[in-house]
Write a protein that binds this ligand. Structure first.
Ligand code: PNS
Length: 159
């Protein structure tokens, strides 16, 4: 069985993430979306459980997608779950340098390939961090994140 692994912080999941998950699900028997437990980034806005809940809601229409958590090295999680390939979305050339470096490191560590999928153009400007910032200051992000996420962002930043 071919299993794709899509890792990330998903703080929160955006329409760009959903696009990558949906398109990956067409090509693999199973897609494992893995939320990192200890992101190196600044304090997360949403708890792990909230991020998992949102991911589960927005992928509920995809029967071959499951959500899990991981901590430590991604390749160890990948090996433990029999993953065939890691899949990463690329929004722009600027993503490529770092993603290439990680892909090569992960291959060196465990012989696991990374496949890059270009983000659909309508999502290429999107990032979780920008969505958080816009939502924090009351901007409208309803076209950038799925509805359950927009709702939770509103609740988070309600004054
Ligand atoms: O959504 P993000 O924050 O861009 O995701 C980054 C993530 C979680 C995919 C990356 O930081 C990662 O794989 N971290 C796990 C630790 C690890 O394996 N590091 C070595 C990578 S070469």
């Amino acid at each position: 069985m071919a299993i794709a692994l899509i890792p990330g912080s998903f703080d929160p999941v955006t329409c760009g993430h959903v696009d990558i998950i949906e398109r990956t699900a067409v090509h693999f028997d199973e897609v494992l979306v893995a939320v990192i437990r200890n992101p190196q980034k600044a304090q997360a806005l949403f708890t792990l459980e909230e991020r998992e809940e949102m991911l589960a809601e927005v992928t509920a229409h995809l029967s071959n997608v499951r959500i899990d958590f991981f901590k430590g090295l991604l390749v160890e999680f990948a090996e433990a779950h029999g993953v065939s390939a890691i899949v990463k979305g690329l929004r722009a050339v600027s993503d490529f340098d770092y993603e290439l470096q990680m892909a090569q490191m992960n291959f060196k560590l465990a012989g696991i390939d990374t496949l890059f999928m270009p983000t659909s153009p309508q999502h290429s400007f999107l990032s979780s961090s920008l969505v958080r910032e816009v939502a924090r200051f009351g901007g409208d992000v309803s076209s950038m994140v799925p509805e359950p996420v927009a709702r939770r962002l509103k609740e988070k930043f309600a004054r």
